[in-house]
Design a protein around this ligand. Structure first.
Ligand code: ZN
Length: 429
C-alpha cells in the first residue's frame, strides 16, 4: 500500500455498530448505581469513632494514588460504592503516583477501579485530628470487575492509545437535519462531559471540543464527528469512487494509528473520526427527531459508544465476523450470541443498540475501567495538545512504515435478536 508522503504508516480500524428493528424484551434503563461520578469528593458519611472496625463490600469507582505530604510514602484514596449504595472513601497504603509505584510485600490487594472488593477498614484520625477510614485488608471478590476489551493489538503487540492527555474533537459544522437548528451540539457537549466526569476519578484523559468546522473523514489531524444524512457512504473524490459503509451500522469510528514494530510510537492513535448514520436512522434526542426512518438512533447513546472507540476501546463481545480477541486478563472475549452476562450486554461498549435506546449514554464500570487502565492518573503525561500540534511530531514521515487496515463491523440488532432466538432454540456455548 502506497502511503501518501505526508502520512506516516498507520493502520486504520473502522469499527461500527448497531442496527435495530427488534426491541429486546430485557431493555431496561441504564442502571444508576455503578456509574462512577468521580470529580467531587463523595459526601462524607458521619465519621465513625476511631478504631471501630468496619467491613465494606462494593465496587471501587475511584482510586487516586498520591504522595504523602512528606513525599516518603504513596497512599491511595479510593471510593467504594457499597452494595447499599453508600459511597465510602478509604485510604490504603501503597499505590501509584507520579510515575512511581509503591507496594507492600506482603500486603493487601490494591484497590483498583472496577474491582468488586471486600474491604476491612477502621476509622482513624491524622495527627491533626482529621478523620480517615483506613483500609487494613482488601479482598478482590471472585467474579468482580468485568474484563474489558481494547482495540488492537498491532502486529507488534501494542493496544491503541492516545499520547496526549487530551483528545480534541471537532463537530462537523453542518450537523444533522434530524435535530432542530444546532441542537445536536449541546447533546454532543453533554456526551463529552459525561465521559469526562465518569473517568476523571481514575484517568487523566479529557475529551475536548474545538470550534465546529467543515470537514471530511481522513487522516488530517482533525478528529471529526460528522453526520451522513443523505447516504451512508463517503463521497466520491477526484481519485476514488464513493465508499459505502457497513449496512445496519448506526455509526462508525475510523481510527488511524502508528503501525510500525520498529517505532516506539507503535499503537499511538493519530486521528479518529466518527460518522453517524442519519440516512438509515432518525437521529434523535429525548425520543424525538425530525428524520423519517422509523428507527430512532439516540445521539447521546450512539456517540457515547463511538467515543469509547475513539479512546481505544473495543466491543465487549464478538460479532459473528470478528476475529478472536482477548480481554485485559488474557481471556478469550466471548461471542455475543454465547453470553447472557448483563455486564457485557449492558455495557456502553456492547456491540448492538436498539431503536430509541439510551442506556449507552452512561458509561458503565467496565467501560470506565478500560479507559482508566489505558490512561491512568498516575501516568499523566501532563500534556494537552491537539494532534499534529506542539512537539508531537505527529506527521513527520520518518517512520517509514506500512499501512494496515482492519475492520471491526458490528452486526445489527436484528442480528442480535436473531442470535437470541437462536440461543433459545439451539443453545450454544
Ligand atoms: Zn462499536
Amino acid at each position: 500500500m502506497r502511503i501518501p508522503p505526508r502520512l506516516l504508516a498507520f493502520g486504520v480500524v473502522a469499527s461500527t455498530w448497531a442496527t435495530p428493528a427488534v426491541t429486546r424484551a430485557d431493555a431496561a434503563p441504564a442502571p444508576a448505581a455503578p456509574v462512577p461520578a468521580a470529580a467531587s469528593p463523595p459526601a462524607a458519611a458521619p465519621a465513625p469513632a476511631p478504631g471501630v472496625p468496619m467491613s465494606i463490600t462494593g465496587q471501587v469507582v475511584e482510586a487516586r494514588g498520591r504522595w504523602t505530604a512528606d513525599r516518603r510514602t504513596i497512599v491511595t484514596d479510593a471510593v467504594i460504592v457499597g452494595d447499599d449504595g453508600a459511597r465510602t472513601t478509604v485510604t490504603q497504603l501503597g499505590g501509584r503516583a507520579d510515575g512511581f509505584g509503591m507496594q507492600l510485600i506482603p500486603g493487601p490487594a490494591r484497590l483498583e477501579v472496577g474491582d468488586r472488593v471486600l474491604v476491612r477498614a477502621r476509622a482513624a484520625t491524622t495527627r491533626r485530628g482529621r478523620p480517615r477510614i483506613v483500609a487494613d485488608d482488601v479482598t478482590v471478590l471472585a467474579g468482580g470487575a468485568t474484563p474489558f476489551v481494547r482495540t488492537g493489538p498491532t502486529p507488534a503487540g501494542h493496544y491503541l492509545y492516545w499520547r496526549s492527555g487530551c483528545v480534541f474533537l471537532t463537530y462537523d459544522v453542518d450537523g444533522t437535519v434530524d435535530l432542530a437548528g444546532d441542537s445536536e451540539r449541546a447533546v454532543m457537549d453533554q456526551v463529552l462531559a459525561t465521559w469526562n466526569a465518569a473517568i476523571e476519578g481514575c484517568s487523566y484523559l479529557q475529551l475536548l471540543a474545538t470550534a465546529p468546522a467543515q470537514g471530511e473523514v481522513g487522516h488530517d489531524d482533525v478528529n471529526l464527528i460528522t453526520f451522513r444524512d443523505d447516504t451512508w457512504c463517503r463521497p466520491a473524490t477526484d481519485g476514488e469512487p464513493p465508499f459505502c459503509l457497513p449496512v445496519r451500522a448506526a455509526a462508525l469510528t475510523t481510527v488511524v494509528f502508528v503501525d510500525d514494530a520498529s517505532s516506539p510510537r507503535d499503537g499511538e492513535i493519530v486521528d479518529a473520526d466518527v460518522e453517524i448514520n442519519g440516512a438509515d436512522f432518525s437521529i434523535s434526542t429525548a425520543g424525538s427527531s425530525q428524520g423519517t426512518p422509523p428507527c430512532l438512533s439516540d445521539l447521546a447513546n450512539t456517540l457515547t459508544h463511538e467515543l469509547g472507540h475513539v479512546m481505544g476501546l473495543e466491543h465487549t463481545c464478538l460479532a459473528p465476523d470478528d476475529p478472536p480477541r482477548v480481554d485485559d486478563r488474557g481471556d478469550a472475549v466471548p461471542a455475543c450470541i454465547a453470553t447472557s452476562d448483563p455486564t457485557i450486554l449492558d455495557a456502553t461498549m456492547y456491540n448492538y443498540q436498539e431503536c430509541g435506546e439510551t442506556k449507552k449514554a452512561s458509561p458503565e464500570a467496565d467501560d470506565v475501567a478500560a479507559v482508566c487502565a489505558i490512561y491512568r492518573l498516575a501516568d499523566d503525561p501532563g500534556t494537552c495538545e491537539p494532534i499534529g500540534g506542539g512537539t508531537s511530531g505527529c506527521c513527520d514521515a520518518g517512520a517509514g512504515d506500512r499501512g494496515a487496515t482492519g475492520a471491526a463491523a458490528l452486526a445489527a440488532l436484528t442480528l442480535a435478536g436473531l442470535a437470541r432466538r437462536r440461543r433459545l432454540t439451539s443453545p450454544r456455548a
